[in-house]
Design a protein around this ligand. Sequence first.
Ligand code: PLP
Length: 464
Amino acid sequence: MRSARWSRRAFLRLGGAASTAAVAAASVSLDDIVAASQAVAGRSAAEVAQDEFYWREIQLAFKLDRGLINLNNGFTCPCPRVVLESVWRYMDMINMLPFHYQRMVAQNIQTVRRRMAAEFGCDQEEMALTRGASESLQIVQNGLDLEPGDEVITTEQDYGRMQTTWDQRVRRDKIKLTRLQFPVPTTQDDLYQRFENAITPRTKVFHFCHITNLTGQMFPVQRLSRLARSKGIVTIVDGAHALAHFPFKLRDLECDAYGVSLHKWLLAPIGNGCLYVRRDMIPRFWPLQAAPERQSNDIRKFESIGTHPWALRAAVGEALAFHQAIGTERKAARLRYLTLRWANALKSNPRIRILTNLGEPAEAWGVATVHIDGMDTRGLGQFLMDKHRVIVVPIIGGVYPNSSHDYQTLRVSPNIYTTLEEIDTFVMAMEDALKNGIPATQAPARNVPLVDELDELDDGQYYG
Ligand SMILES: Cc1ncc(COP(=O)(O)O)c(C=O)c1O
């Protein structure tokens, strides 16, 4: 049963929602989301995933440009209005008297650490707050002592920047890097075997994604971590796309370190990440920026970066509250429902190829990929943008740093604010391409960034 209070308020909002979505968005508070979730509390996540009345309330918590259909939430996601407002609030506050208020906000970050650890299943002394997954992962990649000849095993489909970090250690420290290849989609058993077979007496690190940014391929994190531990190998897991996307607890993964982008699926403001380090491993990693010796065992040593915008970090608390108001299970079920809606609509066409595992048990939620046999993937991405105003990401193999994966595909990543109408427009646009073809591409399409181009802008920063 829906609560009468929530139903009445939601109904009033929905009355004029189509024309005044932007105005209505500003009026959806965290209380409204909590009330909406309370009203569906007795139902399963799979059932709620199909309740448009509930998700309409969530959609209105965002201020978006609905003139474009954003199916590229594997990049960075827009944050809900309440989260953005909290950044302004903290900024205003700190700006009044930085000496006084910045300290106060910084102290209160301990509360965010505690809440993050409780939500995602680790000890608060294992949770560091950072500026993104690149920073989190580089702390541990660069922070581990390795001798010349020591080996790191990763995959060619790991994130470009993280491969660049290992490449630099190859040049600087003369370590050896092994990049495994694998087909997509593949099984977790296959991935396990590939890592196991690649181990040598000099292997010191496994580095792999929980799910990849390219196709959403999922890795058997716990099994690989156990294998690694049994041989004294350190596991570094790239969880940029996983945390707050689908349910799991960090401690259950049994890995040594896990880096996350919080501006992806947690919907925190851009410039937030976190790093989990298993407690007894903390002293093994040097911080990226120096910390005093007395902090060797302290997770906070990874956060010592001098003056930085504390308002952004403090707003993680609000993003977490928003996430909790919906709940990971409901969020994951909705993302899966949206993905299966487009995939099921398209997959019976013999020219459609889906390079993501969509079956049960679930390994795909908000990230999946598709391409059309015989059609140029960049051109298709360009067509979807130009004619239908749909944003997806063409993933084109053969471009450095992922130079050896050989497939082309479109990454499609909706979010909890995506409407069914938007998903159906994408399906209709793909059917248009299948039926009528797309304009011949002369030069490579330019105004739809490739994932690798998105990853590396001209300042050397990686994105996507
Ligand atoms: C798999 C993967 N790892 C790491 C990163 C880097 O994350 P950030 O942009 O938060 O530094 C990304 C970003 O897209 C990613 O997709």
